[in-house]
Unconditional design. Structure first.
Length: 487
């Protein structure tokens, strides 16, 4: 335990602290922007980012991953805030956390294994595209000087790591270009243009809502949606960080940790949040690996607000936009263009569908869920092809069945038989097949009973143990035909 704590907290102190500072600086404009999307005061998003980052550093299952207020969660809150106000949002945030803790206890993260690789690639690419699109308003068509600052930022972030590895390049870009902007009086949009910052710490309070079933009925649909989207985005981001760092994480602990963070966050005036892939990628690429990087991001964020608030609002938005564009470039899976050509056509379609749906709806959950459903449909179609070979052996007609017999393949199974024969010995061999459900047993019933109508004797053989148990339990023909044998 002591060794684990040392490794997760103190094995990478310098890099973790520097990367955390970079993340904190990049968190501010996003937290303000997400607050505006949700229709709440900018401080609600900033408090959420501070609380969640600090808490998840201790209770999360993926060291080095950044959690805070996010756009995906903010979009779900809009109707609730608009109709019922901030207090109901905070109550929904607390309930969201409770639901996530329950999901964690029931190890809902096991469902991650049902998300195919094609969906994961689509998820990563769509996030990169969304992050880029979110930066466009901050530089496109603003001014020539804005383009210059974006270009210089890109050059610093791209070139500087080749010469200076001790300090993250994004941090150098932010400090250097902010100083230049302030001292030259450059006419640039700044963080302060997004919203005002109140230089106060968050305080504990209980949301002012009636403790009644009526309140629960109002907030529960929003909370369950927030809980699912938050966990989905967090677990997918966790897997991405796992791949980037070559390490494993505890997904069940992460689920519980996200819930604990949202519960506490709700009592301190923050909106519900989850893992952020953009900030997590910034953290990892800046050298962050341990829990200290996440804690530093949260603490330094509040330090920036309380102590350096007057300076923070002067950070040029083109600089932060440039950093996020580099994050997009690093996040996007450029090998996916080759993947489209080499992968099975169905996987390529799933990947493209995931990207298109996420980009069109700006909703990560819809894209991922659609991708999983599409994969399931393609998989069902792929395995629903069943082969039935007919052979004449002595005086018997033998049908050898090959494949998976279930609801999607029963039609092809029944159509493969010739029911015109009379007074013959029919053998149906399932040695190379598996019976999966009631529809499959019903199809076997149909075939056997049709043959019986023409006075044929039927023998079923080759059933494996689980298939035989299902047939024994559900088949009608076994109970109504003494001449039929099953082996």
């Amino acid at each position: 335990m002591v060794e684990k704590i040392k490794h997760e907290w103190f094995s990478n102190i310098r890099a973790d602290m520097l990367s955390g500072i970079v993340v904190a600086l990049a968190l501010i404009p996003e937290a303000i922007a997400f607050s505006i999307i949700a229709g709440v005061d900018p401080m609600v998003g900033l408090y959420a980012s501070f609380c969640i980052a600090v808490i998840i550093a201790f209770v999360g299952g993926r060291p080095g991953m950044i959690s805070a207020a996010t756009g995906a969660m903010a979009l779900l809150m809009v109707p609730l805030v608009k109709e019922y106000g901030l207090n109901y949002l905070l109550a929904a945030t607390i309930l969201t956390g409770l639901i996530q803790v329950v999901f964690g206890m029931f190890k809902i993260a096991k469902l991650m294994k049902f998300i195919p690789r094609a969906v994961m690639i689509g998820f990563v690419n769509s996030l990169a595209i969304l992050i880029f699109l979110a930066q466009v308003p901050h530089f496109w068509g603003v001014s020539a000087l804005t383009y210059v600052f974006v270009g210089i930022t890109l050059l610093i972030v791209y070139i500087m790591p080749r010469f200076i590895k001790s300090v993250p390049a994004p941090l150098i870009a932010i400090v250097l270009l902010t100083i230049i902007s302030i001292y030259t009086g450059a006419d640039l949009r700044t963080v302060g243009d997004l919203g005002s910052i109140t230089q106060t710490l968050p305080s504990f309070f209980i949301p002012d809502v009636p403790f009644s079933w009526e309140t629960l009925k109002i907030i529960f649909p929003y909370s369950i949606a927030l809980a699912i989207v938050g966990l989905l985005e967090s677990l997918l981001t966790s897997s991405i960080v796992d791949d980037m760092t070559g390490t494993d994480s505890n997904k069940h602990k992460e689920s519980r940790g996200q819930g604990i963070a949202n519960i506490i966050n709700g009592f301190f005036g923050g909106m519900a949040g989850c893992a952020m892939i953009g900030q997590s990628v910034i953290n990892v690429k800046s050298g962050g690996r341990g829990r200290l990087s996440t804690l530093t991001a949260g603490l330094f964020l509040m330090f920036l607000i309380i102590v350096l608030g007057d300076l923070v609002v002067q950070i040029p938005m083109p600089v932060l936009a440039g950093i996020m564009i580099m994050v997009c470039i690093g996040t996007f899976d450029w090998s996916s263009f080759q993947y489209l050509l080499k992968a099975p056509r169905t996987d390529a379609i799933v990947m493209l569908a995931t990207v298109l749906i996420v980009v069109a709806t700006h909703d990560l959950s819809k894209g991922v869920i659609a991708g999983v459903i599409l994969s399931a449909i393609f998989f069902a179609a792929k395995i629903s092809t069943i082969k039935v070979k007919e052979q004449q052996k002595n005086s018997s007609i033998v049908f050898e069945v090959e494949g998976q017999l279930f609801f999607a393949s029963v039609e092809g199974f029944v159509e493969a038989f010739d029911f015109s024969v009379q007074s013959k010995d029919i053998v149906i061999d399932f040695s190379n097949a598996h019976i999966w459900d009631d529809s499959a047993v019903g199809a076997i019933d149909k075939v056997v009973l049709k043959y019986r109508e023409n006075r044929n004797n039927v023998m079923i053989k080759g059933l494996n143990s689980s298939s035989k148990r299902l047939v024994d339990k559900l088949a009608i023909y076994k109970k109504s035909n003494s001449k039929l044998s099953v082996h």
